[in-house]
Design a protein around this ligand. Structure first.
Ligand code: 13P
Length: 261
């Protein structure tokens, strides 16, 4: 966490919560959060496509400061792409963010770094901030190659980006072995890759851009470990799966400033 980058706590609901449940969940969060919380930390929920319209109506009507976004975005602008959702549709429905390249989409849908690069550019073209996910599998970590592997993903996902485009993304380091397993990277392990990522960004886009980009950590982040992870200099927030499905816990995580590392 740094003074120059506003922390971002993003809940990735994955394939959970229908639109009725989504409204109740966000209302519960909104009831607990106040302006001081939003001033200190951006609070975002990344939800199934079918929840978006209901959240737009709720957020607009009650002028909530909670932001929302999608878990994927098409690389294409329109046309014969059955099942896909275009960036223009997501921006029209008020999405601020879109997750791209989550490891579950890499694993189950064969998404490549090149696909993710195109999706991130599609998000930016539509005024949506892509949250670009990267991170190594267990065997890569066991071989000690986590930094090299992760930076290679970042390089490919950001290939061809101008410094201005790079400055508009959020990165999320999510070591696959820590996702949904209860195994969290230690603050030192997470910082190793996030710090190396910032170094790479500095080399390629300059220190001003690198220092403005938020790098999130994801992988079994929860109320009991958020403060120690957030105390690391290059961790600027969380991409939270399971713990974001409990509104009380997620609110406490958004308020990590009040917790002791
Ligand atoms: P968990 O917090 O459930 O480990 O999930 C992390 C994740 O994949 C967020 O995108």
């Amino acid at each position: 966490m740094s003074d120059v980058r506003k922390p971002l706590m993003a809940g990735n609901w994955k394939m959970n919560l229908n639109h009725f449940e989504a409204v109740a969940h966000v209302q519960k969060m909104a009831f607990a959060l106040d302006d001081a919380d939003y001033d200190a930390c951006e609070v975002v929920v990344l939800v199934p496509f079918t929840d978006l319209r209901s959240l737009q109506v709720l957020v607009d009507a009650d002028k909530l400061r909670i932001q929302y976004g999608s878990q994927d975005i098409s690389a294409h602008e329109k046309g014969a792409y059955t099942g896909e959702v275009a960036g223009s549709m997501l921006s029209k429905i008020g999405c601020s963010y879109a997750v791209v390249g989550h490891s579950e989409r890499r694993q189950y849908h064969g998404e490549t770094n090149e696909d993710i690069n195109a999706k991130a550019l599609a998000a930016l073209a539509n005024g949506i901030t892509p949250i670009i996910c990267y991170g190594e599998a267990l065997e890569v970590r066991e071989a000690g190659d986590q930094v090299m592997y992760s930076l290679d993903q970042v390089e490919k996902c950001l290939a061809g980006f101008t410094p201005e485009q790079a400055a508009s993304v959020v990165l999320a380091y999510e070591p696959i072995w820590a996702i949904g397993t209860g195994l969290t990277a230690s603050p030192t392990d997470a910082q190793e890759v996030c710090g190396a990522t910032r170094g790479w960004l500095t080399d390629h886009f300059g220190s001003e851009v690198a220092n403005s980009i938020r790098i999130l950590y994801g992988g079994s982040m929860k109320g009991s470990n958020v403060a120690s992870l957030m105390s690391q200099p290059d961790i600027d927030g969380g991409l939270v799966g399971g713990a974001s499905l409990d509104p009380d816990e997620f609110v406490a995580m958004a308020r990590h400033r009040l917790l002791t590392p």
